[in-house]
Ligand binder design. Structure first.
Ligand code: SF4
Length: 391
């Protein structure tokens, strides 16, 4: 298991713990975790050096060969540009010493992107992902600025700069990430990202609730309806060359029996850690917001190593809950594709991770539909059944 973890190791680095937007559904600020209030607003330099030292030790002593570092916030572009560029250089410096393959990406609301940021992304080879929730009328409700004003036009302007730089081959292609909403039509939202933003890589995540916190069955069913609408629109447009990640991921698994770690709704996230601006290490970012037990580890990147993290009581408390298919999923045809879904959508205080996903109905329906569409396109049923472990 340890090999599997270090072969797919990801760090979410919180370089800014504040935001210029005040999204009411933000899992980071408004789902009960208030630890950001006691941390520095901007990451400290000793934390960055701590990450570098940690990576060198992991490469030398635990055989780490590659790592993905995602810059997150709050809004990560609230950091000073010079400091951001310096952080990238420092991380590359430490990685180069131990021949560690390093990939850098950033998830931003895009409102602060200007030409100077584009120059930095280009120079430091940082891949950019933009967060947006849908058309302006919806985005104005879900992603307002802290002063209540709309952020939509600023995001569109930042996205245009990104697209220009991509077309000039200065930075890698970028994608738009949205959150599925029961208050929107999924097909229209996907169409908006395609037609207005010209996006060629799109993904939607399921709202970050667990069994104890979700708003109710109607809400969950509305999310299913949204996601199905996205798939149907993608299909109607014959957008087969467009990367719609959740669909591509399910298809890959059904067609190719893809390895677990490539799945979109991956169930085991022990290979992902988040590092706060003061260096405190936590589990995967959304998981942190799921329950207070998953927030404060009390261990810091400045003086920890990889083995210590995975031996920490918090990681041990995940037990086999993340890897084990939930009991209720065992009779399900899709258990090897879905595995009960993401850990936070399975979590309840009573059963921990041993529940099927809150979004089970969506998973069942999308898997059935994609499977049947693949059959209609000529795929061999015996091969597909074998790939999903349904014989
Ligand atoms: S579709 Fe539902 S029952 Fe089947 S594996 Fe997924 S969460 Fe479990």
């Amino acid at each position: 298991m340890f090999d599997k973890i270090i072969n797919n190791f990801t760090i979410i680095l919180k370089i800014s713990e504040k935001c210029n937007l005040a999204c009411p559904d933000c899992y980071f600020f408004f789902h009960g975790d208030e630890s950001h209030l006691r941390r520095p607003v901007i990451i400290r330099e000793d934390v960055v050096h701590g990450v570098g030292r940690f990576l060198m030790e992991a490469a030398r002593e635990q055989g780490l060969r590659k790592v993905v570092i995602g810059f997150h916030g709050g809004e990560p572009l609230l950091i000073k540009k010079e400091f951001f560029a310096e952080i990238c250089k420092l991380l590359k410096h430490y990685s180069n010493i131990v021949q560690l393959e390093l990939k850098l990406n950033i998830q931003t609301n895009g409102t602060l992107i200007d030409n100077e940021w584009i120059d930095i992304f280009s120079e430091e080879d940082v891949q950019v992902g933009i967060s947006l929730d849908g058309p302006k009328f919806h985005n104005d409700r879900t992603r307002p600025k802290v002063n209540g004003k709309s952020s939509y036009d600023d995001t569109l302007r930042g996205w245009s700069l990104i697209q220009k730089a991509v077309s000039e081959k200065r930075i890698k292609p970028s994608g738009i990430l949205g959150v599925a909403s029961p208050y929107l039509d999924g097909g229209e939202t996907y169409g908006h990202f395609r037609d207005v933003f010209g996006a060629t890589s799109v993904n939607f995540v399921l709202p970050a609730y667990c069994h104890d916190t979700h708003p109710g069955a109607d809400y969950i069913d509305g999310v299913r309806y949204f996601m199905m609408g996205v798939y149907l629109e993608w299909k109607k447009r014959k957008d087969y060359g467009i990367r719609l990640r959740f669909v591509n991921s399910i298809m890959r698994h059904i067609l190719l029996e893809t390895a677990d770690e490539e799945r979109m709704f991956i169930s085991d996230v022990r290979n992902q850690i988040s590092i706060s601006s003061d260096g405190e290490i936590g589990p995967e970012d959304v998981l942190r917001s799921t329950h207070s037990d998953f927030r404060n580890s009390g261990i810091y990147i400045q003086n920890s190593n990889l083995k210590e993290i995975f031996a920490h009581p918090m990681w041990l408390s995940f037990g086999d809950g993340m890897t084990k298919i939930p009991d209720d999923c065992m009779p399900c045809k899709w258990k090897n594709v879905c595995r009960g879904g993401r850990p936070w959508h399975r979590f309840s205080f009573e059963n921990k991770f041993n529940n099927k996903s809150l979004y089970c109905d969506f998973f069942y329906q999308i898997n059935e539909l994609i499977f049947s569409d693949l059959l209609k396109s000529g795929a061999d049923i015996a091969k597909l059944n074998s790939n999903i472990g349904y014989l």
